[in-house]
Design a protein. Structure first.
Length: 118
């Protein structure tokens, strides 16, 4: 799974939160995919950078606020494959929660992906 930090640069997009991690892609068959997390399906550009809009926005991991990709990375950094985390996210303006069992990051994952894959 890869995410984009929601910050001031995205404020004009009408997102339902001011901070969080916007899901950009989900690897088919991954724990995030099995948990039902969805990436965006609307391609846009912000300050010349491509971004996918319309996806889930991760706001908490195990009750800890997620304000950025760095927060997401820190929330799972000390975990190992097989650990379970509770992810709270926004979808269509509503809070939803799923439990995800972490797995090893695929070797082909890009640099924006997390070390341990939700």
């Amino acid at each position: 799974m890869s995410t984009a930090t929601i910050d001031k640069s995205l404020s004009g997009l009408g997102l339902p939160v001011k901070q969080g991690a916007l899901v950009q892609s989900v690897t088919p068959g991954s724990p995030a995919d099995k948990a039902g997390l969805r990436p965006g399906d609307i391609s846009a550009s912000v300050n010349g950078n491509p971004i996918q809009l319309g996806g889930d926005i991760i706001t908490e991991i195990d009750g800890k606020a997620i304000r950025s990709n760095d927060d997401l990375t820190a929330a799972i950094a000390g975990r190992k494959p097989g650990d379970k985390v509770t992810i709270t996210f926004k979808r269509d303006g509503k809070d939803k929660t799923v439990e995800v069992t972490l797995a090893d990051r695929p070797a082909s994952a890009d640099a924006t992906s997390q070390t341990t894959t939700p």
